[in-house]
Design a protein. Structure first.
Length: 130
């Protein structure tokens, strides 16, 4: 809640507390008798885009429901184009990328295994010299 709104609410509360009890009761009765057209009950509010009228605007954006329907596929197409761009730079489709990753890990394991064998042979050679 903004500070200005808090300040205004505090001023109204102080004003009501400053009244005597009969004036407070009269004020509350007058508020009860007021029409509630300007009060929004969140439990009764319908969505601003519900309904089938395509000329109805969505909230205060200025866009209509038909605009929403027309633009709904643009985001998906944009994401798909970005994905395709990344995959094109990687050199193929997604499965090719995974296959390259698996192959590189396989080669790393082979090199590591070869290094371990070389270390073992080197140690055996040192032991035989003793």
């Amino acid at each position: 809640m903004s500070d200005a709104l808090k300040l205004n609410l505090q001023q109204v509360e102080d004003l009501i507390k400053g009244l005597d009890s009969s004036d407070q009761l009269e004020l509350l009765n007058s508020l009860r008798d007021q029409p509630s057209d300007g009060i929004v009950d969140i439990n009764k509010v319908q969505s601003s885009i519900s309904g089938s009228d395509p000329s109805r605007t969505i909230a205060n954006t200025g866009l209509t429901l038909q605009d929403h329907y027309d633009l709904s596929g643009v985001g998906d197409a944009n994401l798909k184009a970005k994905d395709n761009s990344v995959l094109r730079r990687l050199g193929g489709n997604l499965m090719d990328f995974y296959d390259k990753g698996l192959q590189s890990r396989k080669n790393d394991r082979l090199l590591q295994g070869g290094g371990m064998v070389a270390d073992m042979i080197q140690r055996m050679a040192l032991i035989n010299k003793l």
